[in-house]
Write a protein that binds this ligand. Structure first.
Ligand code: NAD
Length: 336
């Protein structure tokens, strides 16, 4: 086993980042893992309470855009960086695109510049399938699909991806970009579809579904995503993009009905609401490359993953209540 690898994870207090840190701290006890997170409304240190006292883990509150705050971490000498830090909610990006450009584009550029200056061995950018735009009823996104982002969120993520590519082409930085489909699982902030619907159903509140509910997403259980990022970090070929997806296409309305059925709640709770502007109709990922080149294979089908996820939220209602207090509650009440 490789020892003493020093890994910086940014955005590690968010949904996927915290699942990734839990995965890495337990799997690689001899790595030194630093989590740098600004703790926006989406960051929650309670996600990390099982590892916070581990000797191979350290948390630093820092904004990735802030060069002066980030530089000391790089100056310690890092072997690798995995960047999860981002503004991630499409609806918020429609209201406040400047914040998305700041964090997602400028933040990424700050990390790349520091990675170049301090000769970091590997930089992994966590991107999204949303950079490819939307699909019709057929077809899949592969790594060669053109970037056609439709929301300020996806445009800012695509901008970041292009900078990552440029730092490889221009400066020879060893980078990878991963583009994953929709994740679900424990610790997801309840503004996203699955935890929002679970929370509302448990409280017998209406479940807001955009438009006709026929938008299709390709769902991946978060642990499968973490395993994929682990593989890319260790075995990704410099400069390559890897798509990650589980072949679990579901219409939003099907997902909502599955949750209601699992919780024994009536479909009369569903409320169709005005569609989101620029709402992508369908995403579907061709993950052949990561399966073939890195041997990745998801462990969870959607039925197993969604049951496990619902169980988790049922068992962690205190977590849910804590994260939806304060700033989020105000935002949610303004929307619905
Ligand atoms: P999230 O919103 O749950 O977490 C984002 C984290 O980034 C939070 O902890 C937040 O505090 C932190 N952060 C925000 N701005 C920051 C800044 N300026 N400096 C430092 N930290 C900052 O997001 P998530 O769903 O866990 O997504 C993580 C990454 O994965 C994102 O880059 C996202 O684009 C990508 N992604 C997400 C999905 C998904 O389904 N959730 C799918 C594909 C890709």
């Amino acid at each position: 086993m490789i020892c003493n690898v020093k890994l910086l994870v940014t955005g590690g207090a968010g949904f996927i980042g915290s699942n990734f840190i839990l995965h890495m701290v337990r799997k690689y006890p001899r790595y030194r893992i630093i989590n740098a997170d600004a703790l926006t409304y989406a960051g929650n240190l309670a996600n990390l309470r099982f590892v916070e006292h581990c000797p191979n883990y350290r948390f630093v509150r820092a904004d990735i855009v802030n060069h002066a705050a980030m530089e000391p971490l790089f100056a310690e000498g890092l072997d690798a960086v995995v960047n999860f830090a981002a503004e991630t909610h499409v609806d918020r990006s429609i209201l406040q695109p400047d914040l998305f450009v700041r964090t997602n584009v400028l933040g990424t550029q700050t990390l790349l510049e520091l990675a170049k200056k301090y000769k970091v061995g590997k930089y992994v950018q966590i991107s999204t399938d949303e950079v490819y735009g939307t699909l019709g009823d057929t077809g899949y996104f592969n790594e060669e699909s053109p970037l056609r982002p439709n929301s300020p969120y996806s445009a800012s993520k695509a901008g970041a991806d292009l900078l990552v590519r440029a730092y490889h082409e221009t400066y020879g930085l060893d980078v990878n970009i991963t583009r994953c489909s929709n994740n679900y699982g424990p610790y997801q902030f309840p503004e996203k579809l699955i935890p929002l619907m679970i929370r509302n159903a448990l409280a017998d509140q209406l479940l807001p579904v955009y438009g006709d509910g026929l938008h299709v997403r390709d769902w991946l259980y978060v642990e499968d995503h973490c395993e994929a990022v682990d593989l890319v970090l260790h075995r990704g070929k410099a400069g390559e993009v890897y798509n990650i997806g589980g072949n679990n296409e579901r219409r939003n309305i099907e997902v909502v009905k599955t949750i209601l059925a699992e919780l024994g709640k009536p479909e009369s709770l569903i409320r169709f609401v005005k569609d989101r502007p620029g709402h992508d109709r369908r995403y579907a990922i061709d993950a052949t490359k990561i399966r073939r080149d890195l041997g990745w294979k998801p462990q969870y089908d959607f039925e197993t993953g969604i049951r496990k996820t619902i169980r988790w939220y049922l068992d962690h209602q205190d977590w849910m209540n804590q994260v939806v207090s304060g700033e989020y509650l105000k935002y949610y009440e303004e929307q619905y």
